[in-house]
Design a protein around this ligand. Structure first.
Ligand code: MSP
Length: 537
């Protein structure tokens, strides 16, 4: 098949099945969706992948605890929690991978064979620390370093025989078992060279520095198999071992493209990925282990990894601000927010008001504030006032594009260069900046209504041309804003276009759609119900 559009491959992490998605996990998926929609609007042939991470000891334990016959049955029972939420939130993923699917297992086994053939894995004995809840191994040095940091921060010392996890502070276990190892230690210099040659690989900058300093501190070989349980991908050349869940999980990004199957054409076309969107807690897996595994297998590396921060909430008892997570019992279900704001405003709030590179506290008060200010009073109000006037003064229609449409005017000037400013923000994941650009033309239009007072122009038949230009210009801003808001609020943007008798589907050429003058006019318009009814306390 001939491909005319360039490929854009974007992924979320695959989620653990043991917890239903909450605001924090949904945040990552919505963020990825906004970028995927933006890229489609820029003419890319997008592949947007998300999915579920189903293997590992914890999943097998949860299945048993919940009375399921098999871990697979437990995973199957969790699938709707993800698939339904993504549908509700209007997530436009093109594929949904599950690590228990045959396509994935085949790809993982092929990859392990490649590593064996290329001499990058060997069998040895593992003796070290393991965090069961995080399914992560730690070296003696990492554990000691963490304890020193704790004590420096004034925390009381713990028994050296029972140290705490450097990531989550829960107790570690000492693990001794036979294991396959990946020669991660050989990749310290290649990784440092790669980071240097690709300064944009890890974003934001602070995360990049963190990873570089971690790798500079030296890398140890990584245990990549387990033999004490069997809920995982069996090593094709050593059936007593299953793949360490992280190695299994990372490979989803290529197995979803058909790597290791009879038809690798999608893999050939789309790999390497343009971006992996991940949370900051899993940056080392994505920026150290994943690139090292790919180098070892002789495969290309992804172009970019963007790490976002956590949504946090205040713990009422301790007053501490904490990551929202199931294990801390402080999660908010997405449905609660959807009930208050509706889906599009939910997406808009998290995507425009939360800075994506850092941790962000969320609050119900702030949600209401953003909703009322940006959506009810600005965007929603502009649409209903303008459509109302257009219907009233132009017989239920939009005025036809006036001859003077392209002469300098406040709204034409406000829209000049809007696409470039917006796209520059989207490119760096500065969604707040992008949304602010759109809001600036919306606010300019609301001010323009006050300044031009169309209701006064309508009373004077000699001002008919001026009235047509004013209303047409307002509708033109609405048309442009509906395209720019589309990645954030796909349903309402489509509804706005419908009310304007425009094609409901978003544009596939956003730059062209933002050029002033696109609205021909003359078609019926419909005021409809308020898009964002004001929230009262
Ligand atoms: N299964 C692994 C990922 C494997 S990817 C090859 C995993 N799963 S997870 O379900 O625990 O987390 C998935 C993502 O959700 C991570 O990127 C994590 O950062 C994100 N979040 C979980 N809680 C979060 C918040 N409170 N806030 C923002 N993101 C959060 O890790």
């Amino acid at each position: 098949m001939e491909h005319t559009k360039p490929s854009y491959y974007i992924t979320t992490p695959i989620y653990y099945v043991n917890a239903k998605p909450h605001l924090g996990t949904a945040y990552c998926t919505v963020m990825t969706d906004v970028q995927a929609r933006f890229r489609r609007a820029c003419g890319y042939d997008v592949k947007f992948l998300t999915g579920m991470d189903e293997h590992g000891e914890k999943v097998a334990e949860a299945a048993e605890k919940n009375g399921f016959d098999s871990p697979q049955a437990w995973c199957d029972s969790m699938e709707p929690a993800f698939a339904d939420l993504w549908r509700t939130l209007n997530i436009s993923n093109d594929d949904f991978i599950r690590t228990t699917q045959p396509r994935h297992i085949a790809g993982v086994q092929k990859f392990l064979k490649v590593l064996l053939d290329r001499g990058y894995i060997y069998k040895g004995a593992y003796d070290g620390w393991y965090c069961r809840p995080d399914e992560t191994y730690f070296t003696e040095t990492q554990v000691r370093h963490h304890e020193e940091e704790r004590q420096a921060a004034g925390e009381s010392p713990v028994d050296p025989e029972h140290p705490l996890c450097p990531d989550c502070d829960r107790p570690l276990e000492r693990i001794q078992e036979e294991s396959w190892f990946f020669k991660l230690s050989e990749f310290q210099q290649p990784l440092l060279d790669f980071y240097e040659a690709h300064p944009d690989f890890i974003q934001p900058e602070t995360r990049r520095n963190e990873v570089v300093s971690f790798v500079s501190g030296g890398l140890k070989d990584l245990s990549i198999s387990r033999s004490t349980f069997d809920w995982g991908v069996p090593f094709p050349f050593d059936e007593d071992h299953v793949a360490y869940v992280w190695v299994d999980a990372l490979l989803n990004y290529i197995t979803a493209l058909g790597y290791g199957s009879d038809d690798e054409s999608d893999y050939e076309r789309r790999w390497p990925a343009q971006v992996h969107i991940v949370g900051k807690d899993i940056i080392r897996f994505h920026c150290v282990i994943w690139p090292a595994l790919l180098m070892a297998a002789g495969l290309p590396l992804p172009e970019k990894v963007f790490a976002h921060g956590f949504l946090t909430v205040r713990n009422e008892e301790t007053g501490k601000v904490e990551k929202m997570s199931k294990s801390r019992g402080n999660v908010i279900a997405p449905q609660e927010v959807i009930d208050l704001l509706g889906v599009d405003a939910y997406r808009y709030y998290f995507m425009s008001d939360v800075v994506h590179g850092t941790d962000a506290p969320i609050s119900w008060g702030r949600m209401r504030q953003v909703y009322n200010a940006d959506l009810a009073n600005s965007w929603g109000n502009l649409v209903s006032r303008t459509l109302n006037m257009s219907m009233k003064y132009f017989d239920g229609c939009a005025p036809a594009r006036p001859t003077a449409y392209d002469e300098p005017s406040p709204l034409r000037d406000a829209c000049e260069g809007i696409f470039d400013r917006y796209a520059a923000c989207m490119e760096t994941m500065d969604y707040g900046g992008a949304a602010a650009e759109v809001l600036s033309i919306v606010s300019a239009a609301n001010h323009y209504i006050e300044d031009m007072a169309p209701w006064a122009l309508a009373k004077d038949p000699e001002k008919a041309d001026e009235l047509a230009l004013v209303i047409w210009s307002l509708l033109e801003v609405i048309r442009i804003a509906s395209e720019l808001y589309d990645p954030f609020m796909p349903s309402i943007s489509a509804e706005v276009r419908r009310r304007l008798s425009l094609p409901v589907e978003p544009t596939a050429d956003l730059a062209a759609a933002c050029v002033w003058g696109g609205l021909a006019g003359g078609e019926p318009v419909e005021k409809g119900e308020p898009l964002f009814p004001r929230l009262t306390d």
